[in-house]
Each structure stands twice: as C-alpha cells, then as structure tokens.
Design a protein around this ligand. Structure first.
Ligand code: HXC
Length: 510
C-alpha cells in the first residue's frame, strides 16, 4: 500500500518540476517567476486546487513521443482571492515554452467552462510561445476552442489576462477577448507576429520591446489596461481589482465595510475649479476626495489620459467612475478616449456596477486626423454604451459640458438617473468665444462689439441654471457636499429596474 501512495507523490513531484531545474533557473534569471510561484502569489495561501496535473500531449511527430512532461505546459485549477472563488490557468514557459498543444488547450477549456458554469471569474497568466509547432492544426483547433469559451463567457463572468512573458500568435487573441489585460514591464511583450516575421514580410527591423512591449500597449495602442513593475506587483494588483468585481453577472458587486464617513464634507472641493475657465485642474483629485478611503483602482492610467476610468467604492459599494480630465487636451473626447470610456461603461453595465460620471468636456476633438480615423464611429461607441446602460447612472458636471459631448457623457436624455451640476458648470452648444464668432460673424471686425456679445453669451449660458430650469439637471449642488449627494443618489437607485427591448444583440458601431 505504502508504495502506491509513494507513487502518487513521485508523480506529483515530477509534474511540479515542470521543465526541470535548468529551465526554472533560466526563468528566474530573466526576473520571472514560475507558473506555480505566480499562482501562489495570486491566490490565498493554501487555497489552490490543481486539475489535470498528469495530462500529457498526444503528439507522435518530430520525436515528441519521447518528450512528455506531465501538465504539458499549463497549470490549471481554482483557488480563492480574499475568500472568493476564482478559476485560473498559468502557462509554464519551462515546458515547451508554454506552447499550446491540443491537450494543453483542453485543460484551459475545462477551467473556462467550470468558471462560467459556477459563476466565478477566470484569470489567465500568459508566458508562452504560441501554437505548439509540432502539433500543427490540432494546436490551431485548440486555440479556437479557447476563443469560443472567451466569447461565450464575455459579460457572464469577469475574464482577466496577465501577460508575464512572451505572448505571440494564438496567445494574444484570447487575452484580447477578455475584460482586462495587464502586462509586466520589460519582461513581457505581445504581438500577432514577431520580429522575424515582420522582417521577412515587410523588411522592417524591430525589437520585441518596440513591437509589443508595455510602452506600445499601455501607452499607445491601448491593448493593455495597465503595466506593473514585476510579477509580484502585477499579481497583487490583480487581487485588488478582483475585490471590486462581482463574481458573475448573476450577482451584485461585493460590499465591503467602509471606514469612511459616507456624508463627509470636502471643503477643498469648493475651490477645485479655477476662476479662469481655460485653466486646467486635476479631475483625479475629485475622484480621490469622494471615494471611500481614497481607494481608486484606475484602469488604463497611461492611455488616453484625457479620460479617467476605474473602480472605487461609495459607502462600501463598488462604483465605476468615468471622468474627463481637463489636465490633458482640456479633457476633449477623441478616438482613444471614446473607445476607452465605451468599453468600460459596457463592462460596468454587464456586471451590474453603477456608473458615476464627472463631466468637464469642451467637445469632440476637431481635425482631419480624427475624422480620417473614424471619430464619428468611435465617438458613437461611447454614446451607444451610455445610452444602452441600464445600471444606476449618476452624473456631475463640474465645468464645461459643450455640444455633443454634453449629450454623450451620461446626460439626462440618454437615461442618466440623477444629473447634478456644480455652480461652476457651463452647459452650452459650444464655448462662448466660438459661439459668438459664428452667430455674430458680421461683428468679426469690431472686437469691442464681439467682446460684448461674448460677455452676454457667457452670462446667459455659462452656468448650470438654464439646463436646471428645463430639468436637464436635477439639482445644482455645492462642491463640498459631492460625496454625500452621490452616496445618497446611489442609495436611492439601489432597486432600479430598467430593461431594453428584446433583441438578439445590439449592433454597436465597431
Ligand atoms: C514548440 C516552442 C515554441 C513553440 C518555444 N518553444 N516556442 N516549442 N512550439 N511555438 C520551446 C523552444 O523550443 C525551447 O525549448 C523553449 O520553448 C524556450 O524557447 P526559446 O526560443 O529558447 O526561448 P526564448 O529565447 O526566450 O524565446 C521565446 C520565444 C521563441 C520568443 C517565444 O521561442 C519563439 O519565437 N517561439 C516561437 C513563437 C511563434 O512564432 N509561435 C507560433 C505563433 S503562430 P527547449 O527544449 O530548448 O527548452 C500561432 C498560430 C495560432 O500561435 C493562431 C491562432 C489564431
């Protein structure tokens, strides 16, 4: 009997050794942790239950029958994060470079299906060389099986991808269909085709980093939602993010006890907006001053900085914040900001997370670059996302709300539930200067007359009271009372019921 028990231990130890000591040392030398070390950090201590650790590939080509390593390059299972269940898979670069065989794909699909069925998030840790070259089409079919599960689970359970090493070919498309992608700085990169293929096809010399490093994806392409210094920081931050999210769309977001006075006044907000309407201020200050304990998890902080998105809590309950940032491009809505905001609004709506919107927006970005880049379609994404969202929506206009951007940013007429404005709000079709230059073009050569007209326009429209007199704004509120008013607004909307007409699915402008 004893030898049977020992056989199990022997087999387990063999699987845990992955690709062996030499490859593990090489992994560590690159500043990366192993697949199992990463799971130990991501999950609560001792909570990991592994599946399929004895699964091996079934390939007989290119001498593969002589190379079998139990687990086959991916560690899968479930565990908990602060006591809540999550399903996980972690690619093991020490085993065939983490490449994907059919058996490896089946392991991932198994946890994807279990996560969806049991209503728990799935987190994938990526460090892999793409399709297992020796397996050919079986590997491609395995990827397609994973992609299908990504799509079926979208909007049902949160799906999170962390890129912690190479991530090429098939391995980029699965993350691309998940809700959030994070990268580790300097050790990870992601691209559809690597530098060698780029050189062959278009004769361009490019490094891994310049083609798909975090600077490309966290700053320019917006493919990733954040980049962290190392494996430890990335995994710690993913734990923090999971704490904000519901486990599935069948649940409300988790409520955490708050030690912050819900009706706390914040006097400094009375002077946040400068007297000069063209002077910027930091909208993040407003967010940090109203959320519980200044705890804000920002998504995509380095991309399209003219809009801020992220999660915070108001009296213990998760809220998604969307805010124009007057400090960057005056908070204008351009292509990147519209895409960034739209995707976040749809995530919140899919997962029952109320949306709080802070507005200071001079309009949409003008110019040929934006128009040729399809600003019309991308801007429409944000409008579409807000309009279709049925979760509680609370809006506060702090300063400018001009033109179409006023409509887009969760206005009353696209079903904003409670729309507030500070006394400093200016709600108009456009800024005073541009407006008078159009409607009083005849006075263009009479600067004094034009200045008079501008003052008249400013006095009439550069305030929230015209909008409030029509009911487009529910109340004009004191800046220092913002936290209290938003907490109360969200409480009043707790049992909101609203649904859209039946449809197979909508046709958001893509
Ligand atoms: C099988 C692979 C592999 C792969 C790496 N290995 N990639 N084995 N299939 N795709 C193995 C290597 O043979 C090596 O084995 C070990 O993993 C480590 O690889 P190295 O090259 O030594 O590591 P490194 O120098 O760090 O380079 C990592 C890498 C490189 C950049 C990822 O390995 C690479 O370019 N791999 C190929 C990437 C690729 O083109 N994949 C196919 C994409 S196409 P030993 O035994 O020496 O440790 C694709 C199509 C799917 O994915 C599309 C679906 C839509």
């Amino acid at each position: 009997m004893q030898h049977i028990l020992e056989e199990l231990e022997k087999r387990r130890a063999q699987a845990r050794a992955g690709g062996g000591g030499r490859r593990i040392d090489s992994q560590h030398a690159k500043g990366k942790l192993t697949a199992r070390e990463r799971l130990d950090l991501l999950l609560d201590e001792g909570s990991f239950e592994e599946f399929d650790m004895f699964v091996e590939h079934r390939s007989h080509d290119f001498g593969m029958e002589a190379q079998r390593i139990p687990g086959d390059g991916v560690v899968t299972g479930w565990g908990t994060i602060n006591g809540r269940v999550v399903y996980v898979f972690s690619k093991d670069f020490t085993v065939f470079g983490g490449s994907l065989s059919k058996a490896h794909a089946e392991k991932i699909v198994k946890v994807q299906e279990m996560a969806a069925r049991n209503g728990a998030p799935i987190i994938g840790l990526f460090d892999a060389g793409g399709a297992r070259i020796q397996e050919g089409v079986d590997s491609l079919a395995g990827y397609a099986d994973i992609f299908l599960q990504n799509v079926l689970s979208s909007g049902v359970i949160p799906q999170i991808s962390v890129i912690m090493g190479p991530c090429a070919g098939g391995d980029v498309y699965s993350p691309a269909m998940t809700d959030f992608i994070f990268m580790v700085k300097d050790t990870s990169y992601m691209y559809v085709t690597g530098p060698d293929v780029v050189k062959t096809v278009i004769n361009e010399d490019v490094s891994h980093e310049d083609l798909g490093g975090y600077r490309v994806h966290a700053l320019k392409s917006g493919v990733t939602d954040g980049a962290f210094e190392n494996d430890l920081e990335a995994l710690t931050q993913v734990r923090r993010l999971v704490d904000f999210l519901p486990l599935s769309n069948r649940e409300k977001p988790p409520v955490r006890e708050s030690y912050d006075e819900p009706y706390r006044d914040e006097k400094s907000l009375d002077t946040l907006v400068p007297a000069n309407p063209n002077k910027p201020y930091d909208m993040k200050e407003l967010i940090l001053k109203v959320v519980d304990e200044s705890d804000f998890f920002e998504i995509s902080p380095d991309y399209a900085k003219n809009i801020i998105i992220g999660f915070g809590r108001m009296d213990g309950e998760t809220v998604g914040f969307v805010a124009n940032q007057p400090q960057v491009l005056a908070g204008v809505l351009d292509i990147d900001a519209s895409r960034k905001g739209a995707r976040f609004v749809r995530f919140c709506d899919a997962f029952n997370i109320p949306i709080v919107t802070f507005v200071d927006v001079p309009g949409f970005m003008p110019g040929t670059k934006q128009e040729q880049g399809a600003l019309i379609k991308h801007g429409a994404k944000l409008l579409f996302a807000y309009a279709e969202a049925t979760v509680p929506k609370v809006t506060l206009i702090t300063r400018k709300a001009y033109g179409g951007a006023f409509d887009v940013m969760s206005s009353k007429n696209i079903r904003g539930d409670l729309n507030y404005a500070w006394p400093t709000a200016e709600i108009a079709v456009m800024g005073p200067k541009q407006a008078v230059e159009i409607i009083f073009r005849a006075d263009m050569n009479a600067p004094e007359r034009l200045a008079e007209r501008e003052a008249e326009y400013r006095a009439h429209f550069a305030n929230p009271f015209v909008a409030a007199s029509r009911g487009y704004i529910d109340d004009v509120i004191m800046p220092h009372g913002t936290r209290r008013r938003i907490v109360r607004a969200l409480k009043s909307l707790k049992n909101k019921q609203l649904s859209n007409p039946w449809k197979k699915h909508d046709n958001i402008p893509l």
